[in-house]
Design a protein around this ligand. Structure first.
Ligand code: PMP
Length: 438
């Protein structure tokens, strides 16, 4: 019997699962067509149910820095699994993971493990509120911090406003506790602090924004955010779920550490790479604040699967293996691929800009983006986004799997070797022409 096709699997999935997916962007709604149902992944490749192999530039949305199914990680996970899947008790490996993070990321004095990035940011916000005794939260437009009630809020561009919920089912009273400010706009942030500074518990910010495509902070922005917040007795939560241990051994914080832009957030959140492809995320920061968490302090936070031994084994093995040579490889591959995409788009006459945050990159289409670096969500939204779907599908047809939305970063792995990279480069001219004629 023939293996079922992606179309058949998607039809069956849609009958059993809302939209056929367990996380919305997987449904290909913004690029159209049928999502590929993946059955295996190795190194820089993923394989779908029809047996077709793709060079993967999604990397599980970030975790797979070493490449898929790295033998060191698989061995650690299999060993851990053979000793039992979940104890609901402390394990030695949890401490090792916390120590690995604390050794790399200076502001993290204490770390608490959770299972998803959503949990990490949700708990960090509760902790900031508990510590400061204040309720309001500031976030930046276009930043994504998971799907908890208070964090889906976005504002229209322009002035900061009390946010609209951003999703059905979020009570207006909860959304009203989140203030949304345009990214990279210190004047707008200062205005919010001037008006409401004594009620603001924290500013939460992606260390470098990569969930509206890549939009790095302008030089010194993170530092200025910390200074402004501290001047008003508020905390800063630097969300490194996506950038942490990916853009450098110490994440985005590590790229700015030791420069004029160096900054010390009060709390940080991690996910993705910290779990090496398994469900691990974390919040960490200043001991004085972290010790407000239960059982030491009054801020409650817990989890049956927190610090799960199999998941933690994957995280420890990944961080141990992620040495300087891994980060050099990620940087070099990101540069080769992003340069080549840009050259192909130029050759096809497609106005665009490539945006970088370390080895994360993405493209913004149109003359406005081509004219100047993109710094905020409003500009990202004004781009010629329709050019991405035909580009994406031309690449997919050629065996290259890109993020299925123009508003997502591209991810490389240290396993992208010359053969995999050459396949990407070969596919680009036709894809760029498809983008040009859209
Ligand atoms: N914060 C950031 C910066 C993220 O990129 C994400 C996920 N893309 C999250 C939080 C939420 O993480 P999770 O999907 O694990 O809940």
């Amino acid at each position: 019997m023939n293996a079922p096709t992606n179309d058949e699997l998607f039809a069956r999935a849609q009958a059993a699962i809302p939209g056929g997916v367990n996380s919305p962007v997987r449904a290909f709604r913004s690029v159209g067509g049928t999502p590929r149902f993946l059955v295996s992944a190795r190194g820089p490749y993923v394989t779908d149910a029809e047996g077709r192999e793709y060079v993967d530039l999604v990397a599980g949305w970030g975790p797979a820095i070493l490449g898929h199914a790295d033998p060191r990680v698989i061995e650690a996970v299999t060993d851990a699994a053979a000793r039992g899947l979940s104890f609901g008790a402390s394990t030695p490996a949890e401490t090792e993971l916390a120590e690995l993070v604390e050794a790399r990321v200076g502001p993290v004095e204490k770390l608490r493990l959770v299972s998803t990035g959503t949990e990490a940011t949700m708990s960090a916000i509760r902790l900031a509120r508990g510590f400061t005794g204040r309720d309001l939260l500031v976030k930046f437009a276009g930043h994504y911090h998971g799907h908890s009630d208070g964090l889906l809020a976005e504002a229209g561009s322009g002035l900061a406003t009390f946010a609209l919920p951003g999703s059905a089912g979020v009570p207006a009273d909860i959304a009203a506790l989140t203030l949304v400010v345009p990214y990279n706009d210190l004047d707008a942030l200062a205005a919010v602090f001037a008006e409401l500074g004594d009620r603001i518990a924290a500013v939460i910010t992606e260390a470098a924004a990569a969930n509206m495509g890549v939009v790095p902070p302008v030089a010194g922005f993170n530092r200025a955010v910390v200074e402004l917040a501290h001047a008003h007795g508020a905390l800063v939560i630097s969300d490194e779920v996506l950038t942490g241990f990916r853009v450098s051994a110490a994440g985005w914080w590590g790229l700015e550490d030791g420069t004029d832009a160096a900054y010390t957030p009060d709390l940080m959140t991690f996910g993705k790479v910290i779990g090496g492809g398994m469900p691990v995320a974390a919040l960490g920061g200043r001991a004085e604040i972290m010790e407000q968490l239960a059982p030491l302090g009054p801020v409650y936070q817990a989890g049956t699967l927190s610090g799960n031994p199999v998941a933690v084994a994957a995280g420890v093995a990944t961080l141990r293996a992620a040495d300087a040579s891994v980060y050099r490889s990620l940087d070099a591959t990101a540069e080769t691929i992003s340069d080549a995409v840009s050259a192909a788009l130029d050759a096809a006459g497609v106005a665009h800009r490539v945006q970088h945050a370390g080895s994360l990159f993405s493209f913004v289409f149109g003359d406005e983006a081509a004219a100047a670096p993109v710094r905020d969500y409003a500009t990202v939204q004004r781009q010629e986004s329709w050019r991405y779907a035909p580009f994406f599908h031309a690449m997919l047809d050629a065996g290259i799997s890109l993020p299925p939305s123009v508003f997502e970063a591209w991810f490389v792995t240290a396993a992208h070797d010359d053969t995999a990279i050459a396949r990407v480069l070969e596919a680009l001219p036709a894809a760029a022409r498809a983008a040009a004629s859209a």
